[in-house]
Each structure stands twice: as C-alpha cells, then as structure tokens.
Design a protein around this ligand. Structure first.
Ligand SMILES: *Cc1c(COP(=O)(O)O)cnc(C)c1O
Length: 407
C-alpha cells in the first residue's frame, strides 16, 4: 500500500467520506509533477517539442481510459476530457437534448440521481423538454419494467447512474443498456463513483455515453471525462465553444497534468494490488456494519450486497441527525447525504426516494471505507459511534417497527 501523507494532517480525524472526495494518491502526484514544470507545453502546439510531449501524454491517457471502460481501442477519440463529472453530465444531457430535439424531447432518469444529473434535467424542462424521474425500489434499485413502460417514441435519452453517491447501490447497467438498445434510445450513465471499483464495459453494457471523474478515485479534483460512442455514432452538441479542442466538443486548453493524473489513478485502481485492496475495504465496511447493527434501531440504506465495496449508509433511530453529526465531527469525517449544495439541511432526496421518513432520512450516516483506512481506524470509529449513539438516545430507547415503503 502506498504511503500517503494526506491522511496524517488531522491525526485524530478519521476520514470516511470518500463519496465526497478522496485524497490524491502520492503515486498520482508523482506522475503529474513533470507536467507542471518541465513538460508544461500546450498539447495543441504542434510546431515544437513542448507541444508534442504534452500531446503524447494526453494521447496515452486517453488510451488508458478507453481501455478501462472497454471502449474501442482503435478510436480513443471517444474520450472527451472535461473538468469533472458535473461538466460531463451537463455535456451529455444538454448536448444530446440539443442534437436530437427534432427526433424527440423526452428524457428519462431516476429520482436518486446526483444533482449534476437532476439539475441539468430541470434546466431542460424549463426549455420545454419533458423529463420522467423514475422512482426506485426500497433497496434503491431500478425496476427495469418501470423503465420499459416509461420509454416512448419521443424518448431520446435514458440517464441512470452506475453507483449511487450516497448509498453506493449499483444499478443493472447491462439490463438497462440492452433495453435502451432494443428500443432505439441512447443510454448515458454517470459512473463517477463506479470507475475503478466495479467492472465497466461500454460494449457489453451497451452504454452510449459515460461520465467520469478523477477525484473519487485518488486522482486530482478538476478533471473528468465523457465517453461518447462513435460506432454507431452518437451526435452531441458542444456546450463550450472556443479553440475547437476535443473534436470541437469541449474547447479549452487541455490540463495535461490533470489528465495524466486521472489516467494514473485509473491505472492504479485497476492494478491487482488495488483490486485486492477493494476486498479489504469491503471486509472493513462489513466489520463496521456488524458492530453497529447490534445497537438496535440501525437501518441499512440500500441493497445489502449490490453496493460499492466500501459504501455503508445507515439511518439511526432515536437520535437527532444534526446532533449526531455534531457529536462526531471532531473524530470521524462522515456526512449525512451528499456533500453537494453544502449547508443544505434538507434530508437526502435519495433516502426519501427509498421511502425513509424525514426523521430517519435526516439521521443518517454515509460512510466510505477507502484505500488508506486501517482496521484500527475502523475499530476506533466503531467505539466512538457506539458511545455517541448510546449517549444521544438517553437510556429508554426502544427500536420501532419500520413499515416497508408504500408504493
Ligand atoms: C462526485 C459526483 C459527481 C460530481 O463530480 P465532479 O467531478 O465533482 O464534478 C457527479 N456524479 C456523481 C455520482 C458523483 O459522485
């Protein structure tokens, strides 16, 4: 395992918030550094060596990403570099809506998507598009039959995330892709949380567009990508206009160091060492759950097994959500719901969509056991959380019967 200093800065504060972001792996930083100093060229400068070096590094990174998601190895131009998954999602949703509006103006997504999908959808609704926000089952999974019923002749795009950013639930991408292909609808997936943690294959899963980001994967913040299928060719309208980089789909000088870091992060995640690390993270995640469950009144949010290896989201009965986070914040870096829209106190839209009531949705803890967490840290977190929950419950706590979600 790599030695990483990022986690040592706050020695008392144990970081378990990897759904929000992850520290930069030291090996990724080392790969990036030369491209900030000696090899600083603009990859579009084709008249001298500085430009060639940058272009070669970008080309190599494009190849790494293509390989990682099963894209066609002879056409790595299917990868469009962006500033992250938010931009990739915006490019996918707005770019498809704009390119295909004469064919149809209906899109389908899930109620549990990230705000970087939901907000572009709401924007498109204001422009006159129609969006169906499908509910999910109490375990967070999409019922494929609901999707089949929702597809209409005027539907142009289905957007379903690969792994949920709050509960880690993994949607059945292969089934969704096959259905979309059969019905002649494009399929986009936001795979920001999934890349490097579960197998992704745009061919086998019939995925037409896929959003990625580096910073959930021990890469740098500020870089991501959109995969756009070339065969059969997916039309896309650019949302940023300028110098015409990325085949005119995303203008702006490429951030070579960021792109190199992104590719290094993906390579590391796919290495046998880090794939084994995922099994270890799963064990620690299960250890945490096994220790918290006996406290009673602790509810697992999301499917018990169809989940990312490090993800654990629980609702804690009989405590105030804000008080729980406040009591833990000097010891454990976790969050309730998403980190986006910071300062927002509304209960998570994801947990509400699972059918949790507002109190349980508000009293939730979202854990992500990551690459640099140790068993000793997890044991410390178990102690701290158990003590905190018992203290906040004040003696006479009795778990209640939770009714299943009413559809
Ligand atoms: C983090 C995240 C995003 C946003 O990615 P950025 O690179 O921070 O813009 C989008 N979707 C999901 C599922 C995420 O987890």
């Amino acid at each position: 395992m790599a030695n990483n200093t990022a986690n040592n800065t706050h020695s008392q504060l144990i970081y378990l918030d990897g759904h929000a972001t992850t520290p930069l792996d030291a090996r990724v930083l080392n790969a990036m550094l030369p491209y900030l100093t000696e090899q600083f060229g603009n990859s579009s400068s084709q008249s001298h060596r500085y430009g060639w070096e940058a272009a070669a590094a970008v080309k190599q990174a494009r190849q790494v990403l293509s390989n990682a998601i099963g894209a066609s190895s002879d056409d790595p131009s299917e990868i469009i570099f962006t500033s992250g998954a938010t931009e990739a999602n915006n490019l996918a949703l707005k770019g498809i809506a704009e390119a295909y509006f004469q064919k149809g103006r209906h899109l389908i997504t899930l109620q549990t998507e990230h705000s970087a999908v939901l907000e572009p959808c709401r924007y498109l609704e204001r422009l006159g598009f129609e969006v169906t926000y499908l509910p999910v089952q109490p375990d967070g999974l999409l019922d494929i039959h609901l999707l089949a019923e929702a597809i209409r002749p005027e539907t142009v795009l289905v957007s379903v995330m690969a792994a949920n950013s709050e509960i880690g639930v993994l949607q059945p991408l292969g089934e969704i892709g096959a259905l979309c292909r059969e019905r002649g609808v494009l399929f986009h997936t936001d795979a920001a949380q999934a890349i490097g943690k579960i197998p992704l294959d745009v061919q086998a899963m019939s995925i037409d567009l896929m959003s990625l980001t580096a910073h959930k994967l021990y890469g740098p913040k500020g870089v991501g990508a959109l995969y756009v299928r070339r065969r059969p060719r997916v039309q896309l309208a650019a949302q940023l206009h300028g110098g015409g980089q990325e085949q005119g789909l995303r203008s702006g000088t490429l951030a070579t160091h960021q792109i190199v870091g992104f590719a290094r992060a993906v390579e590391l995640a796919d290495s046998p060492e880090e794939q084994e690390g995922l099994a270890h993270q799963r064990q620690l995640r299960d250890r945490l759950w096994s220790a918290l469950a006996p406290l009673g009144g602790i509810h697992l949010n999301g499917h018990p097994t169809q989940r990312l290896p490090g993800s654990l989201n629980v609702s804690v009965e009989g405590v105030d959500g804000a008080a729980l986070l406040l009591s833990l914040r000097s010891q454990v870096a976790v969050s309730s719901g998403s980190a986006c829209g910071s300062g927002k106190t509304a209960p998570s839209h994801v947990l509400l969509a699972l059918g949790r009531d507002r109190a349980l949705a508000a009293a939730s803890l979202r854990f992500c056991v990551g690459r640099f967490n140790t068993e000793a840290e997890i044991d410390q977190v178990i102690d701290q959380i158990s003590v905190t929950i018992r203290a906040l419950r004040l003696g006479d706590f009795k778990p209640r019967e939770i009714k299943p979600k009413q559809d």
